[in-house]
Design a protein around this ligand. Structure first.
Ligand code: FMN
Length: 373
């Protein structure tokens, strides 16, 4: 039996990883309203480390007490209590042999429950597509956001930088800036949500400016040696069919974020078929293009729990690492299962039914602990 290529060491900046399998960020909205990570969350995240994942990326975590919170019961990284809560999580993951990155998230217009403010801020005052997600306790349309003023933009950038510093203090091994899936940074990147006529809008080179400033300030806050990544995507939670205009737009974004100072790129994809979502007008995949253009480690996502797809993506040079969302929930021991040449279990939607709340997470913890490989 040939060893699966995911079972080999990897490196992100200064961070050495035991293999190429990472847990994708997954919101579990399981705090008790205060945004403080709970003991159940420490158990949940440590479970993936014990299962052999080289890296765990946390759920999207809000970065300030203004307009960033997306969901009720979402964790934050703002207050001393929130830093302390996450500290318990990072210690539990490290004790289980893993490494952990915090995903820094600002909802922009896609707010479904922010206890700090009723105001929402986005690049432009455009009604968001789609509707609030029921899994996070939402219903109905999103509110019409205010177009961010220049002062708002300054505050937003500083919020990311402050939160990154808090993450380092909480013991995280890296931070991942959430620039994907339709949230604030992606709203700046996307032409139909960014109608600005200043230097933050216009062509892709202008629309990426906000992301660049966030990366630069985050880098300044955490220092040169601390790994910083960015997650990008074509698909959005409120627009699954969206695609960048082609390889030229992708290259513009990849180059800009690299010059700004990230250590890795994480490309999210929620397509039913990974190749369909990832293939560009040139025929190349978006992740392989990112590797070529940036020379940085690239993390591929979307159905990577399937052992054959995972092998092909790594062997054919489409990515350096793989991140698993639903596949990790179904198989918290996925790296061990793969190393043993066994077949991972199928994801069952019931794992997230009726919602993704604290009670759901506690029952998941109990079930997967009982079934440890
Ligand atoms: C319950 C759930 C919550 C998610 N929350 C986040 C999140 O907080 N941040 C993020 O970038 N992506 C989030 N995603 C998207 C996943 O990271 C991933 O891109 C998606 O599930 C596709 O990968 P998969 O085929 O491995 O599941 C979430 C997905 C699920 C299923």
């Amino acid at each position: 039996m040939t060893v699966h290529p995911v079972i080999s060491p990897a490196r992100i900046g200064s961070l050495q990883l035991r293999n190429r399998a990472a847990v994708a960020p997954m919101s579990r909205v399981s705090t008790r309203g205060d945004g403080v990570a709970t003991a159940a969350m420490a158990e949940y995240y440590a479970r993936f480390a014990a299962g052999g994942f080289g890296l765990v990326i946390t759920e999207g975590t809000y970065i300030d007490e203004r307009f960033s919170q997306a969901y009720p019961d979402q964790p934050g990284i703002v207050t001393a209590e929130q830093v302390e809560g996450w500290h318990r999580v990072t210690e539990a993951v490290r004790a289980a042999g893993g490494r952990i990155a915090l995903q820094l998230m600002h909802a922009g217009a896609l707010v479904q429950g922010n206890r700090h403010s009723d105001r929402t801020v986005a690049p432009s005052a455009v009604p968001p597509k789609g509707a609030k997600m029921s899994a996070y306790g939402g219903e109905g349309p999103f509110a019409l956001p205010d177009a961010a003023s220049r002062t708002d933009i300054r505050d937003l950038v500083e919020g990311f930088a402050f939160a990154a510093g808090q993450a380092r203090a909480a013991g995280f091994d890296a931070v991942e800036i959430h620039g994907a899936n339709g949230y604030l940074i992606d709203q700046f990147l996307t032409g139909y949500t960014n109608l600005r006529d200043d230097e933050y809008g216009g062509e892709p080179a202008g629309r990426v400016r906000f992301a660049v400033e966030v990366i630069e300030e985050v880098r300044a806050a955490v220092g040169a040696d601390f790994p910083v990544g960015i997650r990008l995507s074509q698909t959005k939670v409120n627009d699954f069919g969206y695609r960048w205009s082609g390889a030229v737009e992708a290259e513009t974004i990849f180059r800009a974020v690299t010059v700004a100072g990230v250590d890795y790129l994480h490309l999210a994809s929620e397509g039913r078929d990974w190749y369909e979502t990832a293939t560009l007008d040139t025929g190349d995949t978006i992740t392989r293009l990112a590797r070529t253009v940036t020379g940085l480690p690239v993390l591929a996502n979307g159905g990577m729990h399937a052992p054959d797809l995972a092998r092909t993506v790594l062997d054919e040079g489409h990515a350096d690492m793989l991140t698993l969302g639903r596949g990790a929930l179904a198989n918290p021991d996925w790296p061990k299962v793969i190393a043993a040449g066994a077949h991972p279990a199928e994801f069952d939607r019931a794992l997230l039914t009726p919602d993704v709340t604290l009670a759901n997470q506690q029952s998941w913890n109990a079930r997967v602990t009982a079934n440890a490989v």
